[in-house]
Design a binder for this molecule. Structure first.
Ligand code: ADP
Ligand code: MG
Length: 328
């Protein structure tokens, strides 16, 4: 089972940023409103993610590190309409097989009077102190697989990938506060905005994470169809400051890399520009969960649409409309 977990780890964990992504997914699934990521040496020495979510009850702590232990779906029919980020129950087990993991958690259940600390290596549990929520610490990633460790880049490159992972989450959840520390220094902090005006909250978060120039150089996108909505912002094709690495697409709140969306955005740009240019966008797609399969890849970064033509057309039209609208 150790070997199977290590193989699974190879699919789930490429580098520290993969661990960051999985741990933040879990924090969000737990209903966190505040997530703090602490890194040392680009995440290779330490990745700690602290949340104020629902916590893990004492008797379930050891199970969290076991393979296919998920508290999130009970049946295959639920997989059809999965609305949590995680559901495969392999991330923590995979990480546990290639790093030193500890879980510190206090459950929101009233029967829990304090927190518990589980040392992954020994399985030992000790009582501890903290408020409701969970802290997962991952140390010495790939210590057991030196060959993998050799493929890691410099600390600053790994840190950049970790930051990108948090950024992707932050753009999806303006209602959650994020902080990132590296080697004892606070390097990013994005505060939640009151959710009474979601459109404003999203704009605020986009500006905080991508810079005020992203907001200034982009227009709002909104397209409402039956069972399919597209919104967000798209960069003006003639904006001088545009950066091609700013392509963020979300499907039902999940960051995805999707060819259909990317191609639709390029087509829309070409129609307006009559030339080639990498589009810039933060696009959010809400689609009936039965019309999209999220269980395509272990990292869940790819999705498969039942009807990809429909999605392509919606995204393309949404962007074309936004770019054609008269601007103030
Ligand atoms: P999955 O997210 O696919 O269920 P994981 O391996 O990522 O699988 O996590 C295993 C289980 O551990 C989760 O189903 C959840 O019950 C628990 N868990 C992990 N992280 C947290 C967290 N931050 N807060 C609460 N529960 C957590
Ligand atoms: Mg998970």
């Amino acid at each position: 089972d150790e070997l199977i977990s290590q193989i699974a780890a190879g699919e789930v964990v490429e580098r520290p940023a993969s661990v960051v992504r999985e741990l933040v997914d879990n924090a969000l699934d737990a209903g966190a409103t505040q997530i703090t990521v602490r890194l040392q040496a680009g995440g290779v020495r330490l990745i700690a993610v602290e949340d104020d979510g629902c916590g893990i009850p004492r008797e379930e702590l050891p199970r969290a590190l076991k393979r296919h232990a998920t508290s999130k779906i009970q049946s295959l029919t639920e997989l059809e309409a999965v609305d949590t980020m995680g559901f495969r129950g392999e991330a923590l087990a995979a990480i546990h097989s290639i790093a030193e993991v500890s879980l510190l958690s206090r459950s929101a259940e009233a029967t829990e009077s304090h927190a518990w600390l589980l040392h992954g290596r020994t399985g030992e549990m000790t009582p501890a102190a903290r408020t409701t929520g969970t802290t997962v610490e991952v140390r010495e990633l790939f210590y057991a697989t030196p060959a993998r460790r050799k493929f890691l880049k410099s600390d600053s490159t790994e840190l950049a990938h970790c930051l990108e992972a948090v950024r992707r989450h932050a753009l999806a959840r303006p209602d959650v506060s994020f902080a990132v520390w590296h080697d004892g220094k606070l390097i990013e902090q994005w505060r939640a905005t009151a959710p009474n005006d979601p459109a404003r909250a999203l704009e605020r978060r986009l500006a905080d994470v991508l810079g005020e120039d992203f907001l200034a150089d982009s227009v709002a996108v909104q397209w409402l169809g039956p069972g399919l909505q597209v919104w967000g912002r798209v960069g003006l094709p003639d904006a001088a400051r545009a950066r091609a690495d700013r392509q963020f697409a979300y499907v039902n709140g999940r960051y995805v890399r999707d060819k259909v969306v990317a191609h639709a955005a390029r087509s829309a740009y070409e129609d307006v520009l009559h030339g080639q240019r990498q589009p810039v966008y933060a696009l959010y797609i809400a689609i009936d969960p039965t019309r999209v399969d999220v269980n395509v890849h272990p990292t869940k970064i790819e999705v498969r649409f039942r009807d990809s033509r429909e999605v392509h057309q919606a995204v393309r039209h949404a962007i074309e409309q936004a770019l054609a609208a008269p601007r103030a």
